[in-house]
Design a protein around this ligand. Structure first.
Ligand SMILES: *Cc1c(COP(=O)(O)O)cnc(C)c1O
Length: 365
């Protein structure tokens, strides 16, 4: 690095005022309950559900977003067969499907929204297809109406990986209400975090009950009902979540400001994903698409010298993973994955840094 300044990464985890977190930790010292659905976890579930405009029964807190996806598949009895999904996402979407012994079937993305292209889903359906697992990439809502219509027609389940979509609304309601299940990630690198954490959201009370049982080994007391696993979040995770929840609106507001500043200083020199109408955005990411991979590499190299590290996200396109058995081509995803990067955006990012980034970017537009 050319200077001794603090490096700028694509994100910087928000931390609440220390004394507010400590006040929750004091409660843990009093209760001596560190995990197993304690007071703080239950309070976190109620408060977060309320923030999202959901009923508390719809929302189950788990220890990470990957287990949330795995539990979603299990709770819907999808333990074999094909799951239609997008290649343009973080690897966890695909690995959760594989880990549950299902086969991911990749359907290419819409070049404008970067979400799975609903027009290409039906061609990928076979007698073995069990579910569709789309991702609201960068918090941008999928075409939920078209996807639901296809699912209804072919009697398929829909699980939305909504890891990027915390707080996003669509047509005035939480985006997380779509599909049979939606899952969230509250990992430290996400917009809203509980250190590690995640949630399963569903409108179906029986699925919700199953998820609750499954996350705690499938039993209440000495009565065992179903096969379970350990997906419980700890009271410390809940303490972080409760502390952060008080700041989420201001975090989103600050990201919106940075996002608008990027818009202003970069203008329309770069292609950006188009966001669905009627969306209440969360500004979790600021992706830009370069004309060529070389231009992207040039920018990254130059910014690196200034101690600034945008992230190639998502790269590579997941249909090209070495452990995928049957290769399908997804031309659009493979092409865009090579040319896209996310710029730094987080609470506390200085305007001056955004302007420095813009100077470099505009040389390559
Ligand atoms: C972060 C992420 C996950 C995984 O969440 P973890 O909480 O890290 O397990 C899954 N899907 C997507 C799209 C993600 O970005």
């Amino acid at each position: 690095m050319a200077n001794d300044k603090e490096p700028i990464y694509v994100t910087k985890t928000f931390l609440p005022p220390r004394h507010e977190f400590d006040a929750y930790v004091d409660k843990i010292w009093q209760s001596h309950q560190l995990t197993n659905n304690g007071t703080l976890s239950r309070e976190f579930e109620a408060n977060t559900a309320h923030y999202l405009g959901l009923q508390k029964e719809q929302f189950t807190f788990v220890t990470n977003g990957t287990l949330a996806l795995q539990l979603a598949l299990r709770a819907l009895d999808i333990h074999e067969g094909e799951v239609i999904t997008t290649p343009f996402t973080y690897v966890a979407t695909t690995s959760a499907i594989l880990w549950e012994r299902c086969t991911p079937v990749f359907v290419d993305i819409d070049p404008k929204t970067l979400n799975i292209d609903p027009q290409k889903i039906e061609d990928a359906i076979t007698p073995r297809t069990k579910a569709i697992m789309p991702v609201h990439v960068f918090g941008n809502p999928c075409d939920v109406e078209a996807i639901q219509a296809i699912a209804n027609k072919h009697k398929l389940k829909v699980i939305y990986d909504a890891a990027h979509a915390f707080g996003v609304t669509y047509k005035g309601k939480s985006l997380l209400e779509n599909g049979d299940i939606s899952t969230c990630s509250f990992h430290a690198t996400k917009l809203f975090h509980t250190i590690e954490g995640g949630a399963v959201i569903t409108n179906d009370a029986s699925v919700s009950k199953k998820i609750d049982l499954m996350r705690r080994f499938g039993h209440y007391g000495d009565t065992h009902y179903i096969l379970g696993i350990n997906a419980k979040a700890s009271e410390f995770q809940a303490a972080m979540g409760l502390s952060n929840l008080k700041y989420i609106d201001s975090c989103i507001e600050q990201r919106q400001k940075i996002s608008l500043l990027y818009d202003e200083v970069i203008g329309d020199r770069f292609q950006r994903p188009s966001v669905r109408g009627d969306t209440g955005r969360n500004y979790a990411y600021y992706p830009i698409i370069f004309e060529t991979e070389n231009k992207l590499k040039g920018v990254l190299k130059e910014l690196e010298k200034d101690g600034i590290f945008p992230r190639r996200y998502f790269y590579p396109s997941l249909n090209t993973l070495p452990y995928i058995e049957s290769r399908t081509s997804c031309y659009i995803s493979e092409d865009i994955a090579k040319r896209i990067a996310c710029l730094p955006i987080y609470t506390g990012l200085r305007e001056e840094v955004v302007k420095r980034i813009a100077v470099v970017l505009n040389k390559y537009s």
